[in-house]
Design a protein. Structure first.
Lengths: 179, 179
DNA sequence: GCACACATGTAAGTTGTTACATGATTAC
DNA sequence: GTAATCATGTAACAACTTACATGTGTGC
């Protein structure tokens, strides 16, 4: 039920429309918990049914603004405090690394170079966000902490890719028989 | 269809029983793609139906040993070469960082300390695996590269947790109103 | 007037989780 | 004998993806 709590957390931050939540997911939360509109809208309806959020406004083009309720705030606090985080991480990119030996070294290195280009782009984007001016409250500080987590992870991945590409280019790989 | 290719990759490495694959997932692949027995066994049956793997042996206690076929090997190569990796990463632990401000600073710091303890354990385990002697072929080298990826990621996460915990303990957090 | 971004929703299918279910061998 | 581990499977449910579907305001 992470999506439920992700939405609750985003609305605890500030009342937002469904569409604004969708954009928020695309821009920042996507790095931790990607979600599409077809998941978000029905879940918002369920959260409202359960009294954890309420619709406070109807805007132009049928947009609906939701705000978290007291019950909802209690629920996200309970989730953070009382439930054990599911620490499993799913990453197809990491999975592929295990099977690099299936390809010839040059081809494997080529794949990793594409990965590097992609994650460089992500790092640039995160650094761009980091450079933007922010407030000084706890919310802004927490956001910056989360952002630093993203930067650390992506930075480490890039360093790893550099060394992995170098290793694939070393004579040991090329010289040796497939296994 | 990542599970399918994860199984194919593991069997390309070596023929294995379903149970051995399950253990392999728990021990190494889990860091990239967790999977349970209730997903693995039916998927093996489907892979066999599709001719990508074949059962080569029936062992004690009804265990079944599978080996990859030529078709299966071609399929994993095709997957690695021709399909774009899904680079989305899902991590509840990372998600929770965005909502740290919802808790009081001391409580939030406590949560991060639990995270730190958990990831230290994972780092220890990965370092233990790294210290084990391995072969020198491409498979062993690729495995070590993947392992280094895990070590880099977990190491970066731990460094981030150290700095985040320090920041939550700083006077700015305690002094300031919730927002 | 037309393209684009805004804005929300549903439906079908796939993937993943949790629980149910069963039986065989090994170590004590 | 009994507990633990080995070994495989199914079923119900929840979560997620992709495709379908529709309508509104803004800028050119």
């Amino acid at each position: 039920m992470s999506l439920r709590h992700a939405l609750l957390g985003a609305l605890a931050d500030d009342p937002r429309t469904g569409y604004a939540l969708l954009k928020h997911f695309e821009q920042s939360l996507a790095y931790a918990w990607p979600a599409s509109h077809s998941q978000i809208y029905p879940e918002l309806a369920r959260l409202q049914d359960d009294g954890l959020i309420e619709q406070t406004e109807t805007g132009p083009r049928g947009s609906k603004t939701y705000a978290i309720t007291e019950t909802g705030l209690a629920e996200i606090r309970r989730w953070l405090r009382e439930t054990e985080p599911d620490r499993r991480v799913r990453s197809e990119a990491a999975l592929r690394a295990f099977f690099l030996w299936v390809l010839e070294p040059e081809e494997a290195a080529g794949q990793l170079e594409r990965e590097r280009a992609y994650w460089r782009g992500v790092l640039d984007e995160l650094e761009r966000i980091q450079a933007e001016p922010t407030g000084e409250g706890r919310k802004a500080r927490a956001f910056r902490i989360a952002l630093e987590g993203g930067l650390a992870t992506v930075g480490a991945r890039l360093e790893w890719l550099d060394s992995a590409i170098a290793e694939l280019g070393s004579p040991e790989w090329a010289a040796r028989a497939p296994d």
